[in-house]
Design a protein around this ligand. Structure first.
Ligand SMILES: Cc1cc2nc3c(=O)[nH]c(=O)nc-3n(C[C@H](O)[C@H](O)[C@H](O)COP(=O)(O)O)c2cc1C
Length: 204
């Protein structure tokens, strides 16, 4: 039995090594499609004061719903405002066409237009920024979001879900994108067990 498990693991590693990250993505999302409108959370705006007394925004992008679930969990713990980052023209519902659009946006370093209006980010002390890892970093609509307003001096706490990739490349990318913001170490929240400690470490 152990030997079969070992063989399966070796085959998976060989596939990833041979085909690169897209195979990992494929394995992670094989038969998934975008979550339905009914899975969406209502935005909560206009009550920025969180449970810590700081003004908090949990802003997230999610295609399949994983990051949305984590964002909800985090928002339940922190309080404050909650906002879903959405593209003006939504990604397709199916996985493969979504990867085609996402890849093109990434390769061309595009900033896709977002559905508005966006919250006024000046009013927050802390922005918890959630996203799925797409080709090792944050999806391009997240870049549109963080570049749309001046985030100088703001504390940004990134959190992500993924099919296995780490969050570190996206944190480094956000630091490059927002050199004047304080982008803290991120939380890969595929397992939700570390959320409480991470929030505590960051004063929330
Ligand atoms: C376009 C696309 C690219 C992805 N790229 C990666 C990747 O580079 N590494 C990884 O581990 N997972 C990758 N994934 C898997 C997602 O990060 C993972 O399933 C995540 O939990 C999805 O979050 P969501 O349900 O909030 O959209 C990718 C998924 C898609 C759709």
């Amino acid at each position: 039995m152990k030997r079969i498990a070992l063989i399966v693991v070796l085959i998976l590693l060989a596939v990833v090594a041979y085909k690169g990250p897209d195979s990992l993505i494929g394995l992670a999302k094989m038969s998934r499609s975008a979550s339905s409108e009914t899975d969406r959370l209502e935005n909560i705006l206009g009550q920025p004061e969180g449970k810590s007394g700081k003004k908090v925004l949990v802003a997230y992008f999610s295609w399949g719903g994983n990051t949305r679930s984590v964002a909800k969990l985090i928002h339940d713990k922190t309080g404050g405002d909650l906002f879903e980052i959405k593209k003006e023209t939504a990604y397709p519902k199916e996985y493969k066409p979504t990867t085609d659009v996402g890849k093109m946006e990434r390769e061309q370093d595009l900033r896709p237009k977002l559905a508005g209006p966006l919250p006024d980010l000046k009013q927050y002390d802390v922005i918890l920024l959630g996203y799925p890892i797409w080709w090792y970093i944050e999806p391009m609509p997240v870049k549109t979001f963080v570049e749309a307003q001046d985030l100088s001096g703001k504390v940004i706490l990134p959190f992500a879900t993924s099919g296995g990739s780490d969050i570190i490349d996206s944190v480094n990318d956000l630091r490059k994108t927002l050199p004047k913001a304080q982008v803290k170490d991120g939380l890969l929240a595929n397992m939700t067990g570390r959320i409480d400690n991470w929030l505590k470490e960051n004063g929330l």
